[in-house]
Design a protein around this ligand. Sequence first.
Ligand SMILES: Cc1ncc(COP(=O)(O)O)c(C=O)c1O
Length: 334
Amino acid sequence: MPFLAVISRMNTAIANAPQSLAATVQPQWVAAIDALAPFVGHTPLLPLTAIFQHPKVKVYAKAEWCQLSGSVKARAAYNILKRAVYSGELFEGQRLIDATSGNTGLAYAAIAARLGVPLTLCIPENCSPERKLLLRAYGAELVLTSPFDGTDGAQAEAAERAATQPDTYFYLRQYDNPANWQAHYTGTGPEIVSQTQGLVTHFVAGLGTTGTLTGTGLYLREYNPDIRIVALQPDGPIHGMEGWKDLQTARVPTIYQPDVPHENRVVSTEDSYYMLKRLARQEGLLVSPSAAANVAGALQLAHELADSNQTAVVVTTLADTADKYGEVVRHLFA
Ligand SMILES: Cc1ncc(COP(=O)(O)O)c(C=O)c1O
């Protein structure tokens, strides 16, 4: 079924939802979600001094794996679920559902386990075996969708289920839920300002759901309109930066605000893999392809700033480590 038809069916289903679904805040879930707060955000800001040295230009990266379930997606998943719990819209007996290529699913799964709420995840069948294993370890139910339809196909499946069975499923909608980017607006952005003592001049990040770039970018632009926001994209629809989307060809998440970045740059899988090796061998940081791609983009920019004799503090994010990317690590290092 075409995606727009699925969305329209979902809206009708929500409008016709029975009265019994009236919001009721569950105190046991509020207590559980509050107990997880110390495990989300507050990640270290690492200076990347082995791969880039310049007297006037500095490059930093936030170690986003230092959170619940080991990735940047702890922030968005936590905020989305916190809102569902605090609003009382999630009710007893419902299953959580969403589409996710992996990291958001892991974060949802960890939080859902703590809440004691069942979770269904729609993921493309070609998602790495390690990720599927980890998701199942947390107790998530997996619905595998066609690898040819990518994350868009997984989204259509989740939307279809939520539309046709609204009593059964609570649809988390990471691609369209403002709580995604707001997690970065209230977390990542202020952390970067505080950790750089307000000296940050550039923020660089790749686009997946676009939550990181949108939320952090909006906060930094408001904090200081001179801060430049740089969005990174892969060089085509088929690429190795798991977690990134090619917005030329994929469905653009509705949370994306295209006027947030001042500039868009392209990073190839080759650039990412080259940087992944350098980060491992020079910084001692074995990170994921998308994290390495962020650093590749940040370094491109840092070299240009250095060449034009500017003073700059360039900040990017490292979404996760290489732990879940065994095939890439084998390909690069075996
Ligand atoms: C490994 C990885 N890198 C980057 C991203 C992109 O982050 P965002 O969704 O905030 O744009 C994701 C998102 O799932 C991811 O899992």
